[in-house]
Design a protein around this ligand. Sequence first.
Ligand SMILES: *Cc1c(COP(=O)(O)O)cnc(C)c1O
Length: 346
Amino acid sequence: MTIKVDFRSDTVTKPGPGMLDAMFGAKVGDDVLGEDPTVHQLENKLAAMFNMEAGLFCPSGTMTNQVAIKCHTLPMDEVICDQRSHVYRYEAGGIAYHSMASVRLLDGERGILTPELIEPEINGEDIHYPNSTLVVLENTVNRGGGACYHLSQIEHIHTLCNIKNLKLHLDGARIFNALIATGDHAKDYGKYFDSISVCLSKGLGAPVGSVLLGSNELINKAVKVRKAFGGGMRQAGFLAAAGIYALDSNIDRLAVDHQHALALADALHQVSYVSSILPVVTNIVVFEVAKGFKASTIVHDLLAKGIACSSTGPNTIRMVTHLDISSEMIEMAIQNIIHLYPSANK
Ligand SMILES: *Cc1c(COP(=O)(O)O)cnc(C)c1O
């Protein structure tokens, strides 16, 4: 079956002509020797946007997250994060493998943590306990259906981390979706985090890459950790150019993806094979299928109509909107959602 509309992830986008032109025209050099001007331009641009000192271009968001965790922890330390966190669930056990740290999992509302949830889980001085050294937040929360933090919530968590001497990392794979949804400004983020990872290959539509942001000291350390992870790249400016183009062209339009996600949710509200939908705030729609239906069957039947989405559990389905989904495609998907089972309209 050929896919006509691909809601599986916002990672499936392909570079368009403008982005490809920018890539082909990039000035490059050997970035392991620190000589790629386009990589430097991307790193400096993002650092300035988020009011941080420095940036480091990596092949993936998994790498920026894991490099950050490695830099912030020692073996036997403990990382505090929500149980839905990408760093815990979807990075192949990297925290244990790379950093030899343990993880304390919390259960925030849709993955959103609060100082009240975090504080009791911070270990005190005791020979039995691992040292709590790092809190990781995710904004937006992927497995939380694209839920996002407002800056004021982050400020309170930052205050707690400061008092308790914990570092604070942001997995900002979809940070620009959060900024568009909340109206918060990237510039205000720098002062609250010790490190931020920003993905270029999600909603921004670049083919590859993520940038880790932090202090000069942190990034100097991270360069070496990236090398040890095998992430030192040579003429990476061709890829960085796609990232620069994406930052210049594809941020404001994320609002369209959010409108598309809302339109999908409206359609899903009209059919009886859906029992509930997480309120849509960004570009992710997560819904539960009604009793008597199986997520895998619905995914299969939608695919037969050319609409690809993914089941995230036996009863849950996820749809993600992105740059390569037009309003016409949303309209087509909505018609198919509504008429998937002729007897299933509310
Ligand atoms: C996609 C994603 C990442 C990074 O994934 P890569 O595929 O390694 O680039 C990190 N965090 C979240 C929340 C994500 O959705």
